[in-house]
Design a protein around this ligand. Structure first.
Ligand code: SAM
Length: 221
């Protein structure tokens, strides 16, 4: 039976987590507020509940993880979501990042490669009032049927930037994606100033699970 209790203790732990990620450098109040609002323990299997407010990644099945809260906040801050933005998330996973984006007012389209995770999360998010659009498939090629997007966030690491994602970004749009080797990657932000001009910024190191698929690691073999 699903236990969706959000106790006083959970709220206290969440507040402490928000203070911690603030100290680590997250400044965007809307992002901090979203982390403070979404009960992260809802996205954990019951055996791991007591760890939900640690600033760490944890397993969610199928060899995948729910990202570290600081990482979620960092990527979300870079994405600069405005209410009404049409956003593509690649790597739905547990649905935690999707819930944060929904709370920020995004019209979210989220795609997941692992069938089981796609089915689980598609069933679960509506139960906690999160309304997003779910897709199953290879997000390394974006989501042509819904393109273009104001913002694109990739929550798995690619060996290089997938060209399809830059193509599916509107002018003025932002793509946030970890890029690098198997073990560690730089967080990259691409801002599309015109169809041909793309500004690239590079941030600190992170460690993500690999982006699979044609424009991910499978295409680079
Ligand atoms: N955003 C997720 C969350 O909040 O739980 C984080 C999930 S995990 C770090 C990355 C996810 O990307 C995994 O669920 C993995 O299956 C998915 N993934 C990897 N390659 C993919 C691809 N080509 N298309 C879509 N999803 C992919």
């Amino acid at each position: 039976m699903l236990n969706l209790e959000d106790t006083y203790s959970h709220k206290g732990q969440r507040k402490a987590l928000v203070e911690l990620i603030k100290k680590k450098g997250i400044q965007d109040e809307a992002v901090l507020n979203a982390i403070n609002t979404i009960p992260r323990h809802f996205f954990f299997e019951s055996a791991l509940h007591s760890h939900a407010y640690e600033d760490k990644a944890f397993p969610i099945g199928e060899g995948q993880t729910i990202s570290q809260p600081f990482t979620v906040a960092f990527q979300t801050e870079l994405l600069q979501v405005e209410p009404g933005d049409k956003v593509l998330e690649i790597g739905t996973g547990s649905g935690y990042q999707a819930s944060i984006l929904y709370l920020l007012g995004a019209e979210l389209h989220t795609i997941e490669y692992q069938k089981k995770l796609y089915e689980q999360t598609k069933k679960f998010l509506p139960k906690i009032g999160i309304k997003v659009n779910f897709y199953h498939g290879d997000g390394s090629q974006g989501l042509p049927s819904q393109a273009p997007f104001d913002k694109i966030i990739v929550t798995a690491a690619a060996p290089e930037v997938p060209k399809s994602l830059l193509q599916q970004l509107k002018v003025g749009g932002i793509l946030v994606i970890p890029i690098g080797g198997r073990l560690s990657q730089k967080m990259m932000k691409f801002t599309k100033r015109s169809p041909k001009k793309i500004i690239q910024e590079e941030f600190e190191n992170f460690a993500f699970v690999p982006l699979l698929g044609k424009e991910g690691w499978e295409g680079s073999k």
